[in-house]
Write a protein that binds this ligand. Sequence first.
Ligand SMILES: Nc1nc2c(c(=O)[nH]1)N[C@H]1C(S)=C(S)[C@@H](COP(=O)(O)OP(=O)(O)OC[C@H]3O[C@@H](n4cnc5c(=O)[nH]c(N)nc54)[C@H](O)[C@@H]3O)O[C@H]1N2
Ligand SMILES: Nc1nc2c(c(=O)[nH]1)N[C@H]1C(S)=C(S)[C@@H](COP(=O)(O)OP(=O)(O)OC[C@H]3O[C@@H](n4cnc5c(=O)[nH]c(N)nc54)[C@H](O)[C@@H]3O)O[C@H]1N2
Ligand code: SF4
Ligand SMILES: [Mo]
Length: 737
Amino acid sequence: MKTHFRTCPLCESTCGLELTVEGSTVTRIRGDKQDVFSRGYFCPKGRNLQQLHEDPDRLRRPRIRGRGEVGWDEAFDYIAQRWGGLIGEHGRDAVALYFGNPTAHAMGLFYYTGALVGSIGSRHVFSANTVDSVSKQVASGLMFGSAYSIAVPDIDRSSYLMIIGANPVVSNGSLWTTGGVPWRMRDLARRGGRIVVVDPRRTETAKIAHEHLAIRPGTDVYFLLALAHTLFAEDLVRVGLVEPYLSGMAELERFVADYSPERVQDVCRIPAQTIRRLARELAAAPAAAVYGRNGTSIQEFGTLCAWVTDVLNILTGNLDRPGGVMFPLPVSGGPNTWGKPGVGKGVRLDGPPSAVRGLPQVLGEYPAATMVDEMEAGNIRALITVAGNPVLSLPGGHRLGKALADLDLMISVDYYLNETSRLADVILPPPDPLQREHFDALLYRMAIRHVANYSPAVFPLEEGAMHEWEILSRLCVIATGGSATPEEFDERLAYDQAVRAAKSVGGVVTAEEVMAAVAPRTGPARLIDILLRSGPYGDAFGARPGGLSLDLLEANPHGLDYGPLRERVPEVLRTPSGKIEMMPVELEAELRRLVRALDREREGILLIGRRDVRTNNSWMNNLPGLARGRKPCHLHVHPTDAAAHALRDGAQVEVASKTGRIEATVHVTTDIMPGVVSLPHGWGHDEPDTLMGVAARDPGVNANVLTDPGPLDEISGNAVLNGVPVTLHPLPDRRRM
Ligand SMILES: Nc1nc2c(c(=O)[nH]1)N[C@H]1C(S)=C(S)[C@@H](COP(=O)(O)OP(=O)(O)OC[C@H]3O[C@@H](n4cnc5c(=O)[nH]c(N)nc54)[C@H](O)[C@@H]3O)O[C@H]1N2
Ligand SMILES: Nc1nc2c(c(=O)[nH]1)N[C@H]1C(S)=C(S)[C@@H](COP(=O)(O)OP(=O)(O)OC[C@H]3O[C@@H](n4cnc5c(=O)[nH]c(N)nc54)[C@H](O)[C@@H]3O)O[C@H]1N2
Ligand code: SF4
Ligand SMILES: [Mo]
């Protein structure tokens, strides 16, 4: 019997887990009480991690459509044979890449997907980020200069938390790495702090908050602007120490002057006096944070919501203040620790336009919503998906399914034969999380303490398995037409990083010395070691003895904690002006769009999403331990709307939108506000030729049949998946037929 400690890789919370292992079996998983960050907190997904390891449906060998399971060499030979002809005939841009959410959670994916983009050389790069966070990243990029300059609520020292369009009690936090947000919220309340939730649904988070305000979907930006308006109107603006670094205050004040609480109250459905009271509370709190996520990110005005959220944090003196929102100084570095402090190039929002809709590449990617347009037009002939399930995740998923079936070549790097990978010519399955090392390089950039934790693999690779970084390296080798081995490829990647690391530690070592210092490590662990040692707490490859290195982390299985967040303005800024841009000129067109939309007709029923503590987007529905006790994929409807449509609890309903229709079971509840219905995404496990037996027993329906790839948060290209107009039509009750 052996005990292993490791960080859970399933969501952004990065909880420490304690695994009891007997032979090749995990007999128990619980929270690691000694974990420096999560201190024992964990959730049902982490508890069932071993079921992923054991899942008989999880693919262990590559598959070629029509041939079934094959060896790795046969799979890569097949790809190599098809590749040359395809690129020769149609060029590199005919290949698209789609990276899913788990690429943010695995070292082998995080680093080697970048290499894949470079090796393939196609401009058609897509990811789940454009149905998720890109709007927030664009706003942060414009204001602070880098897409990863995300100011996170310093919850442990806060006295007031306003959560708008997020459900962290279920999601465990997003763009906000907390190591257990529910217990930190409870601590905040116990200290006498206040939590306010603004959400169309009385969520699990709203239920533990002091106050819940139901808001009409898609109108958040007006509500937030009215808060800003009140701060100016009532002379409550106190920006604090960031004052010398602010630009655009006068223009901002002029703009928000038009958005009085009285002007927006009917639009948002929140009374003017409540908005005024909230503004006063925010201003009066010793330390407060306004935090928004998916409800405000994946909607029509996602970028503007994120912008005005941070504007409020600035106006109340809470940006860069303990207990307000702060910028982490991440252990493995990031765009706001690299390069010259205090100034930078900002972010690029005007990459080359897409062919069909003329949408610009933003932060190096096109909106995933438009991938289907380019496929239908024949501009994309091949697709590589890595850790993604776009058929269930992207708007108009069913239309995408048809387009995928018509591609000349499709490759999926994935665990499962699911709704997307069933359409692939080749599936390349990676080893499960327990067979690989783990380090959250990306998520620590948004963590509320300066923590670091490294987890070696629990089990060796299963026979016949291949490391994910090696799978991606072999694809890179094929794409570059090179004769290099994956090991040589990895060597080059590490050397490039060593060159940058040598520079960033101020030339005390050469790249060759960096490579020697991190030997004999290879693969992602070597890349992490280079980043850690050249990072803000690193040992600079020996020049700063006692500093951080992977060796040091291996000796500390519960992680290391370098303390709470610290003030970082102005050094954190990477804007060309060296200022915090409160009124970025790039937002002009969006602000005009916002002004036009204010007087729009706002009747009818709007669809929003929902998450469950026992699901993880589309992909963990095959684990029996999570299927048990999971809330079903039902449509939540308010009693008023149910009565108006002659719907009873348990009835069948047809939900129709501009793009499609689905049938669902109704759950009547006062937890949802009138005029809004909610359906979770990531369901619809009844497609033919999939291999997910447990998920198929309770398949649910694909909510993204109803969402529309057309409308976008225009500046960022973020999809609009919340606030989708739908109609309801009762169906005959199947159970009684
Ligand atoms: N258990 C579980 N955890 C997860 C995931 C999961 O699938 N399951 N997914 C992970 C991923 S990929 C992410 S990105 C995060 C997301 O993390 P969160 O954003 O915290 O999670 P959501 O449940 O999407 O929360 C969005 C909230 O916005 C509300 N909402 C919808 N439309 C609007 C609107 O127009 N205005 C306002 N104010 N609110 C609105 C919804 O009712 C919902 O409560 O969660 C992560 N964690
Ligand atoms: N209507 C609606 N749609 C939404 C959302 C919403 O709130 N409402 N949320 C959006 C959000 S926030 C997100 S992030 C996207 C998610 O969109 P996607 O990332 O496309 O979908 P996932 O369901 O996360 O699928 C992950 C895939 O990766 C595989 N996988 C898991 N781990 C690994 C791994 O380590 N390696 C490899 N190679 N494969 C792995 C799984 O089997 C699965 O096929 O969905 C978006 N779609
Ligand atoms: S909250 Fe997230 S990181 Fe923690 S155990 Fe659950 S899935 Fe894993
Ligand atoms: Mo996400």
